[in-house]
Design a protein around this ligand. Structure first.
Ligand SMILES: Cc1ncc(COP(=O)(O)O)c(C=O)c1O
Length: 438
């Protein structure tokens, strides 16, 4: 019997039918004008990395976010790479050709994030040190960050992400960074339109000087791909724009005095973003309604939604997630690629819920696996609020460790959060989750 049939014939789910069309985690939502602006680019022959769409989306995003400059790039990853390279050059000087700007330097990085936040540290030959997560927003723990500065006082760069569209504890993180003279790269790829309060002032995520956003297909608005670097500093904006177009110097021929990249946004992609921008606030509203509906619908289960600080932040609610109370977790183990669980009455686990949703044609996803657990980064330092998060145990002394990221990864999952999901479809998702706990 196939996995799907096994699930569907389980007596708990018997009278339910799979969704006819798939419910996505978060898929693109087109509105019509995207086509118009793409056609416009083609009709006017501006089919390259210059044109009216790029100019317009850079202007509109800068205005929306409240920064002076937004530089259109090929992806959020390229925005992060250039932001990190820029910060590296500010801190340590221009690197030799073929060398990264961060060689020999540690960088404190969010641990529970997508790998695109931290890979650019490696592109620049830096040594990412992963900072554990806190339970209040599922982002970088300021306590663990303080601990990391105690252990590595020379560090001058922090890469911080706002996971699932929820702002982290940025006021505290900024204060710690200032105390240690460190720069902050802000990965707002998932949090476009989310806000936080700093010194009593509401700001958009990505406004701290080296901000990065993404227009990847799964994001709150999309260009199919694309990203932007955000800053108030004209010199930084000009540098990133220059690097993104192969670092051409002001000469009639191709003259190069530093390494360049082909990272500029295309005018076609910008056309899609231009059509999406008027709908950003509407998408946020829809995502918030989905979050609230889950919160209410799951309130009687031993689970909690991904949390946020309602006084000091307003998420964009990009993904709705939940975490299961420890006592109600059924037995489960995960390997590097597979997971198994033992079904127990009154209990469940992310694998059971995700497999069941999938059998009913709905897409969820495990919580992003923390970076310190990724095989590629196993030899990198990981710092919790107690200090070294690796090598914490002692065969001769009893004691327990903390690893907030691993705990949220084990007990949490991302729910179908597509803004085209109807309330009726969402009610069925909520019903399926209830039945998993029967
Ligand atoms: C937290 C985070 N950072 C960076 C990225 C990279 O953005 P892009 O896919 O546009 O390169 C993504 C998503 O893809 C992300 O979720």
């Amino acid at each position: 019997m196939s996995e799907q049939n096994k699930v569907i014939s389980d007596s708990r789910f018997k009278e339910l039918k799979p969704f006819e069309t798939k419910l996505w985690l978060s898929s693109p939502t087109m509105h019509g004008d995207e086509q118009k602006w793409v056609d416009d680019a083609i009709r006017t022959n501006w089919v390259s990395t210059v044109g009216a769409n790029i100019n317009e989306v850079e202007k509109q995003i800068a205005e929306y976010i409240g920064v002076k400059y937004a530089v259109g790039l090929a992806s959020g990853t390229s925005a992060l790479h250039l932001a990190i390279r820029l910060a590296g050059e500010k801190l340590y000087g221009q690197a030799r050709t073929g060398e990264g700007t961060l060689r020999g330097h540690k960088v404190f990085c969010s641990d529970m994030t997508f790998n695109a936040s931290v890979n650019p540290v490696a592109y620049e030959c830096g040594d990412a040190v992963f900072i554990d997560t806190e339970y209040e927003t599922w982002n970088m723990s300021p306590e663990a960050l303080e601990k990391a500065f105690e252990m590595y006082p020379d560090v001058k760069l922090i890469v911080v992400a706002h996971l699932y569209g929820t702002p982290g504890k940025i006021e505290q993180i900024k204060a710690i960074a200032e105390k240690h003279n460190a720069l902050i790269i802000e990965d707002a790829a998932e949090s476009l339109g989310a806000k936080y309060k700093i010194n009593g002032k509401w700001l958009e995520t990505g406004t701290l000087g080296y901000g990065c956003i993404s227009f990847n297909g799964n994001k709150i608005i999309t260009g199919s791909s694309g990203g932007m670097f955000l800053t108030d500093n004209l010199e930084y904006a000009n540098k990133v724009r220059k690097w993104s177009t192969q670092s051409r110097e002001a000469a009639a021929w191709y003259q190069h005095e530093e390494i360049g990249y082909n990272y500029r946004m295309s005018n076609i992609i910008a056309g899609v973003v231009r059509g999406q921008l008027p709908f950003l606030d509407e998408h946020i509203k829809q995502k918030k309604a989905i979050y609230e509906r889950y919160k209410k619908g799951l309130a009687d289960l031993p689970v909690k939604m991904n949390p946020y600080d309602s006084e000091n932040s307003e998420p964009n609610f990009w993904l709705s997630c939940m975490i299961i109370e420890e006592k109600f977790m059924c037995r489960t183990v995960r390997g590097d690629k597979d997971a198994i669980y033992i079904n127990e009455p009154g209990k469940s686990c992310p694998t059971e819920i995700l497999e069941t949703l999938s059998a009913f044609n709905a897409e969820g996803r495990p919580i992003w696996k923390p970076m310190h657990l990724q095989p590629i980064y196993l030899d990198h330092a990981f710092i919790t609020e107690n200090g070294n998060g690796r090598a914490w145990s002692n065969a001769y002394i009893e004691g327990s460790s903390i690893d907030v990221g691993a705990d949220i990864f084990r007990r949490g999952l991302c729910l179908p959060s597509d803004n085209k999901m109807t309330p009726e479809q969402q009610d069925i998702v909520i019903d399926i989750i209830h039945r998993c706990f029967e």
